[in-house]
Design a protein around this ligand. Structure first.
Ligand SMILES: [Zn+2]
Ligand SMILES: [Zn+2]
Length: 283
């Protein structure tokens, strides 16, 4: 199996509009292990479009509990179950995911009980295992070593993840403000996937959303990273390639590839991938 990262959903934030891309989710394939990283809206379709059988999912990692990163976790697991899942799935992330899952199961109890009795499906609840991640402590996902870093994404506890296997390393920033310790965390990685926004595009985005106040603008500025700063992290880390996702904005025709390239050009000169839904990046 090839080593790659497929960006399934690449927009920042939970809302979608006509013509929109999907909120955040990715598929990492490294050393023969596949890992779903974040489960924003669209993750199930995105995985299928990558040719993945949902019944083969066995590892999911969540960066933090903003809905654009886990809204579709329950629907993904439920759909995988109806698609033939019968082996355990490990779900890693911050505190709170098991609680989400319990309530998801309760909300779907009618359907699940019918499928258990009427279709002879295996016990869904028993297949899914949750693990609370401790930043700085390595954990194993099959052949991979994974470590989390607590990043700066107030007011939500949020993690970056570094995946290593077969002599390669891939780092996801998760959602974070410009966070210089990420450079050391991502040192020499083969690929850094960093969230990014374009500051000059934010006022127009505020106007399009229409129902936030200046707290939304303040949230963006203190909890997310400008493209130029993401590029700075990549250069300081000495990574081999940089990809940007969780793009803010994602649906403004005034801000296309040229504007994103202009945003990073002064700080990053290496291989670069601007995220779009379905983009597969070889590692
Ligand atoms: Zn987000
Ligand atoms: Zn977030």
């Amino acid at each position: 199996m090839a080593d790659f990262v497929a960006l399934l959903g690449t927009k920042g934030g939970p809302a979608i509009r006509p013509g929109s891309t999907n909120p955040t989710s990715s598929l990492l394939s490294l050393s023969g292990q596949r890992v779903v990283v974040d489960c924003g809206l669209g993750v199930t379709r995105g995985l299928v479009d990558q040719g993945m059988q949902l019944r083969d999912i066995n590892q999911i990692v969540i960066t933090h509990l903003h809905s654009d990163h886990y809204l579709e976790l329950g629907p993904l697991l439920h759909t995988a179950w109806t698609a033939g899942l019968k082996t355990p799935v490990e779900v890693w992330g911050p505190e709170g995911l098991a609680d989400y899952w319990r309530h998801f199961l309760a909300s779907m109890r009618f359907d699940i009980d019918i499928r258990l009795a009427d279709e002879g499906r295996p016990d869904l609840e028993g297949l899914i295992r949750f693990h609370v991640v401790t930043p700085g402590e390595d954990f194993r996902i099959g052949p991979l070593t994974v470590v989390a870093l607590a990043v700066e994404h107030p007011p939500v506890p949020a993690f970056a993840y570094r995946f290593e296997g077969g002599g390669k390393a891939v780092v996801f920033s998760g959602d974070t403000a410009h966070f210089p310790p990420l450079a050391e965390f991502a040192a020499d990685a083969d690929l850094l996937i960093h969230e990014a926004m374009l500051g000059e595009a934010l006022p127009a985005l505020m106007a399009r959303i229409g129902n936030g106040d200046d707290r939304l603008m303040k949230h963006w500025l203190r909890a997310h990273t400008l493209a130029s700063d993401a590029a700075r992290i990549a250069t300081a880390a000495g990574v081999k390639a940089l990809a940007l996702h969780h793009l803010i904005p994602s649906d403004d025709p005034a801000y296309g590839e040229a504007e994103w390239l202009a945003g990073i050009r002064d700080q990053w000169q290496g291989p670069f991938h601007l995220g779009r839904d379905g983009l597969r990046i070889d590692v």
